[in-house]
Design a protein around this ligand. Sequence first.
Ligand SMILES: Cc1cc2nc3c(=O)[nH]c(=O)nc-3n(C[C@H](O)[C@H](O)[C@H](O)COP(=O)(O)OP(=O)(O)OC[C@H]3O[C@@H](n4cnc5c(N)ncnc54)[C@H](O)[C@@H]3O)c2cc1C
Length: 410
Amino acid sequence: MADHGDAGADADVDVAVVGAGPAGAVAACTAARRGLSVALIDRETFPRDKTCGDGIGPGAVRVLRDLDLDSVLGGRRRIESVTVFGPAGERSENPVPVLPRKSTDVFVVPRLEFDEHLFRAALASGAEDLSGTRYLGMADVGEHGRIVELRDAAGARRRVRARLVIGADGAYSAVRKDLVGEDRTSRKFVGVAMRAYAESQGFDDGPSMLFEFSPDLLPSYGWIFPVGEGTVNIGVGLPIAQLRDRGVDLRMLLGQFADRLRERGVALGELRQERGHQLPGVMGMPQLAFGRAALIGDAASMINPVSGEGIAYAMTSARRLVDALPVDLADGVALSTALAGFERGFRSDHRLHFLSCRFTMALLRHAVPAGVVLRAIQNDPRVLSGVFDMLFGDGRLQAGTALRIARHAR
Ligand SMILES: Cc1cc2nc3c(=O)[nH]c(=O)nc-3n(C[C@H](O)[C@H](O)[C@H](O)COP(=O)(O)OP(=O)(O)OC[C@H]3O[C@@H](n4cnc5c(N)ncnc54)[C@H](O)[C@@H]3O)c2cc1C
């Protein structure tokens, strides 16, 4: 560990990363590879499950390949086709689109396995393993950094002083609360989703992903993603506000979705491991850069409001943050400038992408425009490509795609 010559802490590091999901593990891995001393903190021990659809989209695949961490995809087959059911039950099946100069590779990897892989990679790069240790809070000690208060499973307390604290502790982030406070505006943009696993044959051939945009699930959807060996990840989601207004609960919606699929002839076994979790949408993104601290991933509300994808933003934001760091983290001015630059760059590079997602989300809130968008996706491969890039990549809604969608209004 780095010696910053200050009493009051049990250990000193350059970077304390709170949360070892995709955001935290990639941040810890890349920071350790740069030669920084890193403490990787997680309240859980690995392997651990994370409630998710397990879909690893093109943005996440790109980061894995760039960092030479893609062995986790080995032996898994790339998704080849997408089946969509529209609001009236109309079905379409299309190959995963091919985009010029962009990969559209999608895989499905259970998070139990995926996150364990990234966590081990971070440790192998030199990060210190502080899993099984809960973040309790932190104190700002000015130019000396921040002291992070931790408690392990046996109840023992520990203090780690870091020149930079990275909050990557997910949707219910305690680091974010300490930095931002209670943020009621962001709460408006939180969704919630429930996933389960089940046996089902047929999805491994192809392999294929299924989405259902039924009226009870709009502006969200139901999904089935093939995990392999005849097992699927099945789930539904909805913005919290809609759940409340409609007086429904996710378990009920998930059961109804599964029943509809069985009626359509999908051989679906009993649902198991049903678990819900929040999805903080990008419209509620808080400030990202603070004095000697930053937020990334779900802790920073980086979830696509339409697709519910967040792994790619989590990994990309982690990488961009570490890439932006100055050589000497002790230099407070250089660090502040770097953190501000990270925030400015992330926001400006994603501004039009996030705006496009917001616009699409608004269309999907109402059955009539939602029907038009979905008809266009089902009947026009170029619309499917544009929408795919927006939901699972970093694409924007292009004028040409909007015109093509408008042609399907009737
Ligand atoms: C049902 C559902 C389906 C989804 N499907 C997809 C999908 O198919 N594809 C996709 O890209 N995205 C999907 N998402 C979103 C995706 O799961 C998240 O965006 C992603 O996990 C964000 O990664 P992260 O590292 O920011 O946070 P997380 O993966 O949540 O990791 C946060 C870590 O912080 C730790 N932690 C929390 N509090 C503390 C504390 N106080 N002290 C120490 N450690 C702490 C947790 O144990 C956890 O390991 C889905 C989400 C849900 C809920």
